[in-house]
Design a protein around this ligand. Structure first.
Ligand code: BGC
Length: 909
């Protein structure tokens, strides 16, 4: 307030009344120039079903003025939307702080309750403004709040058809609002009064069902009616009842069971009274036309078995069976607080090849994860098979040989990635699977009797967790643009409530692939909710001795193989990256003990400081690097993250212990692998050299020498990759972070083998699993594991980095590289504070560099300015300027500048 009064009158008028609007009444009012926007609770907008007793609230400032910032905030929470300002639940009071992420600290939240909230902020001039009203709603919060029973049909786990469930109810009063709380083991589709509810698919997400069972909350107000209502459920197997057989033995998972659910639909009437419709013995069940469903392989549907009106009031269910009570799958029933899986993009067929009148091959023109949707007309009983694949044989038929290799079918009744649709014969009919998705570009449709199909008969839906896009990259190199797009396609194809390796052959939560791709994910997509859920899966799977399995979740496979630090360091790396990108320490805090147990486990099996536990530089181009080298690097990374987390959480003793451990690993590592005379690690392969450089094991005094040797190595390799999975993470970064961005770009933009670009110029729309396109093994065409290239574009070209000392991009580190061979580059990233832009264009001897630093954010810019200077608005930037100020040099001799919020059009000449 003091600051506010101190402002000069002209300043005051200018900031408060810059925009003056005339209201309908003719009254003149001021529109504040700083408004809190993008209000989120638990990183979601207006969520329903919050179980966290201390939910997190966040917001952004909409304020484009130079130097915009928040001096103070106030949060109010109330159950009363009208009297919100009186805040009957939480009134934070005015807090002098620029934070925009706070944890709830009001009265204990009540279950199944709607809360309204608002943020007030005081802008850089002390002017107060308010957000609009937002809401969040709590979920069950505690197991005892469930009224429903866990029910199921009484069938065997090996029975193939999926079950329907139904119940009718009469609601005598006018409905004000209604919520459906649905917990399930297996997958469900909820129907109300004859219609499938909502746009979620494959709910609930996959978890270790016997340790964590998710429930989903829907606002079903508009679907219910006064009078007669019917509620229907169709239950699919998902990962809970895995009937298909493959090398990971999900069919033997300890949790396996016939799908089951528990539901409460709570209705609040206009008169304030409530009623709950619950799952119980008064439900009936019957088998459905879904005669087989496997999340792994496909779905089979016999339209002749459809029961018209099964989910509508008045249906005769006298032939349906009674349900049975079932034990809850776990005692941990948790709200699914994340972006759901949806049909995100409809992909029309790009090309149709009719091989004969019973065989058609549809080509979507791009590789996706998702489902196909067919519309067809034919005689009753005609069997339509839809075989999905990523490749074609020379004879024009689809080729599954690159993706069916780990499948171990017991017979021919469950063909791989092949939906089966049996026609009812009642005119045009359509099918798409409900409880399965696939990875594919081509669909070979065969029919038991001739059918006529056109290009319009089949389309695809690209499916994935509906995480909002928060990044963009655009360059003057079209191949790089396509590569960025393909990387995102693979990232999203591998995001179904947990990150997977590939959407076809495995659908496994391979840990190594996921931590390597996590920055690519976080620069491009708002993925925190998915990662928080997946790290909870990690905590569920960790053995008491600290060991984690290589795939998460797992039915038991993976504790024996593939789970060394190079893969399962997800437990440390992902929470750390979330902290860096969101400035939110909750996940790191939640995982702290798990990281510690994991690091202690590595120490227990590898007391020397070096460890051979791991798979190594998976799928390398040619050179193999020692497993001990790469695994020890990750052991170091984990110990370092743990030490930093210990410091953050004031655990002094741990900080001391794990800092020393990190030092011990580093010393052991450098003694064994670094030739201090030559500055070469091991045999000097790209991975051996780049991993210690990038991950901070290289001694400071030798860094320049090692980097020069690495640059020499890649020159000898004619700027082509010679790395596997672990090396893809480090090769470009180690170069661009150590003064060799031009070399990094040459590798990144390479268009002949071996390179990312080689795939792209050969038509790839996703990333591959192996470098040669015609490799004989490890040849999925939709793997995200080599996906670090997507993050590197932001870092190595745009130079956008989070700052460890002010995480969540509160201070943005900007270090763009105007690399040889590229004329222009532009990246944006929507950080918690708002959109960051780093965009450059070369014009003869100058570079035009546009930077946007969002409100309430600062930036530190570092530029290599040999014989050049930085100009802002035509003036050379000096150490006395206000918005952008020269602040000396970095260790590596780059010129540094400190920037306040604003839009800068620099010229470097
Ligand atoms: C997966 C990889 C994974 C690897 C581990 C493969 O089968 O598809 O992406 O990381 O196994 O070795």
């Amino acid at each position: 307030m003091l600051r506010f009064l101190k402002a000069r009158p002209s300043q005051f008028v200018c900031s408060l009344l810059l925009v003056i609007t005339t209201g309908i009444s003719g009254a003149v009012f001021a529109v504040p120039q700083c408004t809190p926007v993008k209000l989120q609770c638990e990183h979601l907008g207006n969520p329903i079903g919050i179980d966290n007793v201390h939910p997190r609230f966040s917001w952004q400032l909409q304020d484009t003025r130079p130097g915009a910032k928040q001096l103070a905030y106030q949060i109010v929470v109330s159950t009363d939307s009208i009297a919100l300002d009186q805040a009957n639940t939480w009134q934070s009071g005015k807090i002098n702080s620029d934070v925009t992420l706070v944890t709830y600290a009001g009265k204990p939240l009540q279950p199944q309750t709607r809360y309204y909230w608002k943020i007030f902020v005081w802008d850089k001039d002390g002017v107060k403004s308010s957000s609009t009203t937002h809401a969040f709603e709590t979920g069950m919060m505690q197991a005892e709040n469930w009224k429903g029973a866990w029910i199921s049909d009484n069938d065997d786990i090996n029975l193939k058809p999926a079950a329907y469930f139904r119940k009718e109810v009469n609601l005598s009063k006018k409905i004000k609002f209604a919520r459906a709380y649905v917990a399930a083991a297996g997958l469900f589709e909820l129907s109300i009064n004859g219609r499938r509810f909502g746009d979620h698919y494959l709910d609930p997400m996959y978890t270790r069902f016997d340790r964590r069972t998710l429930y989903v909350v829907h606002d079903v107000t508009a679907s219910l009616q006064q009078g007669k209502n019917a509620i229907g459920m169709l239950m699919g197997n998902g990962w809970y009842n895995h009937q298909s057989t493959a090398v990971w033995f999900f069919d033997k998972a300890p949790w396996r069971g016939r799908p089951t659910f528990c539901m409460d639909i709570k209705i609040t009437f206009e008169d304030g009274s409530t009623e709950t419709i619950s799952s119980g013995k008064d439900w009936k069940t019957s088998l459905s036309p879904v005669i087989f469903n496997s999340i792994y392989t496909a779905e089979h549907y016999d339209a002749r078995l459809e029961q018209q009106g099964w989910d509508s009031p008045g249906f005769n269910d006298s032939k349906w069976k009674d349900v049975i009570y079932r034990a809850a799958p776990s005692t941990n029933i948790v709200s699914q607080m994340m972006y759901p899986v949806k049909h995100i993009e409809e992909i029309p067929t790009a090309h149709l090849n009719k091989l004969n009148d019973t065989t058609y091959v549809f080509d979507l023109g791009r590789n996706i994860a998702g489902v196909s949707h067919i519309t067809v007309q034919g005689e009753a009983g005609t069997i339509i098979s839809l075989r999905h694949a990523e490749r074609l044989n020379e004879n024009g038929h689809v080729d599954q040989s690159n993706i069916d290799v780990h499948y171990r079918p017991k017979d021919n009744t469950d063909p791989f990635q092949t939906d089966i649709f049996i026609l009812s014969g009642k005119g045009e009919e359509s099918f798409e699977p409900r409880f399965n998705y696939k990875g594919f570009q081509y669909v070979e449709v065969t029919s038991s009797k001739p059918v006529t199909l056109s290009q319009q008969s089949l389309k695809g839906y690209f499916m994935h967790s509906a995480v909002p896009a928060i990044g963009s990259v655009s360059t003057s190199n079209q191949m790089m643009n396509k590569l960025w797009w393909a990387t995102n396609n693979s990232y999203l194809s591998n995001l179904f409530g947990y990150p997977t390796d590939c959407p076809q052959r495995e659908k496994n939560g391979w840990t190594g692939d996921a931590h390597i791709a996590s920055e690519t994910g976080l620069y491009n997509f708002d993925g925190i909710t998915v990662y928080e859920k997946w790290l909870a899966d990690h905590r569920d799977e960790q053995q008491p001795n600290g060991t984690l399995p290589s795939i998460i979740p797992t039915g038991g496979w993976g504790y024996e193989w593939g789970n060394g630090p190079d893969w399962t360091s997800t437990i440390a790396i992902i929470p750390w990256n979330i902290y860096m990108f969101y400035g939110d320490e909750k996940l790191l805090h939640d995982c702290y003990d798990n990281i510690k147990r994991y690091v202690d486990r590595i120490t227990a099996v590898s007391p020397t400081g070096l460890t051979t536990w791991g798979l190594g530089d998976w799928v390398p181009v040619k050179s193999q690097s020692p497993v001990e080298l790469t695994s020890s690097v990750y052991y170091f990374v984990d110990a370092t993250i743990l030490a930093k987390a210990a410091k953050l959480f004031n655990k002094t003793e741990d900080f001391d212990t794990y800092s020393k451990l990190a030092e011990k690993i580093k010393n052991a590592f450098n003694s064994k692998y670094l030739n201090k005379q030559t500055g070469i690690y091991g045999k000097g392969t790209q991975t051996e050299m780049s991993a210690p450089l990038h991950w901070g094991l290289a001694p400071a005094e030798l860094k320049a020498k090692i980097a020069a040797n690495l640059a020499e190595r890649v020159k000898l390799d004619s700027f082509h990759l010679d790395v596997g999975l672990l090396g893809t993470k480090t090769i470009l970064n180690a170069l661009s972070e150590n003064g060799y961005a031009d070399a990094a770009y040459k590798i990144a933009a390479q268009e002949n083998f071996p390179s990312w670009g080689w795939w792209i110029v050969n038509g790839a729309t996703t990333l591959y699993e192996n470098w040669p396109i015609d490799a004989k093994s490890d040849i999925s065409r939709n793997h995200i594991m080599f996906g670090e290239i997507g993050a590197w574009m932001y870092k190595g070209l745009g130079g956008i980095f989070p700052d460890e000392s002010k995480p969540g991009f509160k201070n943005v580190l900007l270090q763009p590289n105007f690399v040889d061979g590229l004329d222009s580059f532009s990246a944006t990233h929507d950080a918690p504070g708002g959109r960051i832009t780093s965009s450059w264009k070369k014009n003869r001897n100058e570079v035009a560099y546009n930077v946007v630093v969002p409100a309430n954010t600062t930036a530190t810019l570092a530029l290599d300015l040999i014989n050049k200077a930085l100009y802002n608005d035509g003036k050379m930037v000096s150490s006395t300027d206000k918005a952008v100020r020269a602040i000396g040099k970095t260790e590596k001799g780059l010129s540094r500048y400190s920037l306040t919020a604003g839009n800068y059009n620099f010229v470097i000449k």
